[in-house]
Design a protein around this ligand. Structure first.
Ligand code: NAD
Ligand code: DAU
Length: 351
């Protein structure tokens, strides 16, 4: 029997490592190739537990390198692509927008083109992993549906919106088999600590100020990363060709309430006096163009494909904190890299 070769791009990143792990463990008859450039956000240590498995391999490639990507596709008969590789941090996109255009727009087009020209388009598919940020922002009411018009505001969300349009254009123009999902904020293990939750966990642990942007009243809809990986599995295997599916946690928190919850849980876990960590909260200059609220209507995914989040936030959140408090060497390795410079540069200008 011919084994299916599935390329997962960005598999060394936060969400990617969970998707790779799920596919490698669940589908022994697939060969999973993790294609990653290993930017500051890519970390092969994330995959220590599965790197020896026979159905896993790693391709150290840049999705923007057309020649190398084409050669890779010519050498390997690729059944399908699950495309997660991207520049993913909004704050970095404000500092360096062109990097986001390059990776997220050009890189996605290089992958689409290679799959169109050399992939198994008759049997496989190109799955594009996108974000709810393409829909812009909400006020106090309402939810993003798959029909919500695109109104991205940041260079990051604009680059992801552009990549979504290209994926649909390849479907409409070349009949490329595609599917897209747009997900809300993920939390869980192995997230680079430039993002809100691991950054705050690390700062609380070290008794450092907790930089809350603006008044902390912006709202995000948080989903456990392993539930996102489960949704990707379901959509990859059962999603309809050309369709878009929204993925969300139905779990909205203002940033300040979330940070306070984190402080209280960590006071308990670190045997600190109640209210101690809350004193570290520091309101700093707001993010430019900061979207007020994201919230997802994931009913299409539930009704059509039967997916729902599997765990309650309290359980997932507590386990997540425990993971960062337990995995010292993972955290220290990450913090000793490019992170220090990034943190100083990003936060010294915020007061
Ligand atoms: P991440 O920043 O943690 O990881 C990105 C990965 O892509 C890294 O391993 C990095 O090395 C790799 N990469 C970057 N540029 C590359 C290039 N040129 N060639 C090959 N590999 C490259 O990102 P994440 O948070 O895991 O997000 C993964 C995907 O999911 C992204 O497409 C993002 O837009 C989307 N998404 C993220 C979230 C979230 O909450 N984190 C929510 C919805 C959607
Ligand atoms: O909605 C999905 C998106 O979620 C993904 O597409 C992005 O890749 C992912 O990074 C995430 O984007 P956000 O900008 O929402 O995530 P971030 O963790 O950077 O910030 C979450 C909220 O917390 C946001 O309102 C900004 C705020 N924040 C963030 C940081 C890093 C702070 O108040 N202080 C901080 O230091």
């Amino acid at each position: 029997m011919n084994r299916k070769k599935i390329v997962i791009t960005g598999g060394a990143g936060f969400i990617g490592n969970h998707v790779v792990r799920l596919f490698v463990n669940k589908y022994q008859d697939y060969d999973i190739i993790n294609l990653d450039k290993l930017t500051y956000a890519g970390n092969l240590e994330n995959l220590n537990d599965i790197e020896q498995k026979e159905n896993y391999s790693f391709a150290h490639l840049d999705i923007c390198d057309e020649e190398a990507i084409n050669a890779f596709f010519k050498q390997n008969h690729i059944h399908s692509v699950i495309h997660l590789a991207a520049e993913s941090h909004v704050d970095r996109s404000i500092t360096n927008p062109l990097e986001f255009v390059k990776t997220n727009v050009l890189g996605t087009c290089v992958m689409l083109n290679a799959f169109k020209n050399f992939g198994d388009v008759a049997n496989g598919r190109f799955y594009h992993v996108s974000t709810d940020e393409v829909y812009g922002e909400l006020g106090d009411e309402g939810l993003f549906t798959e029909e919500t018009p695109y109104t991205p505001h940041s260079p990051y969300s604009s680059s992801k919106a552009s990549s979504d349009h290209f994926v649909r254009a390849y479907h409409d123009t070349y009949k490329l088999p595609i599917v897209i999902s747009n997900c809300s904020n993920n939390y869980g293990s192995h997230q680079f600590p430039e993002k809100l939750i691991p950054l705050m966990i690390n700062n609380i642990k070290d008794n450092k100020p907790l930089p809350v942007y603006g008044k902390g009243d912006n709202v995000r809809d948080w989903l456990w990363v392993e539930d996102h990986a489960r949704a990707i599995d379901v959509i990859f295997h059962s999603g309809a060709d050309g369709e878009t599916y929204n993925i969300g946690g139905n779990n909205e928190w203002s940033n300040l309430d979330l940070v306070y919850k984190l402080c209280d849980l960590m006071d308990d876990k670190l045997n600190r006096a109640a209210g101690e960590s809350r004193k570290l909260v520091t309101f700093v200059t707001d993010r430019a163009g900061h979207d007020f609220r994201y919230a997802i209507d994931a009913s299409k995914l539930k009704n059509d494909l039967g997916w729902e989040p599997s765990i309650q936030f309290d359980e997932g959140f507590s386990n997540t904190i425990d993971w960062y408090l337990t995995n010292h060497s993972w955290l220290n390795n990450v913090l000793n890299g490019e992170y220090k410079q990034y943190y100083t540069k990003m936060y010294e200008s915020k007061h």
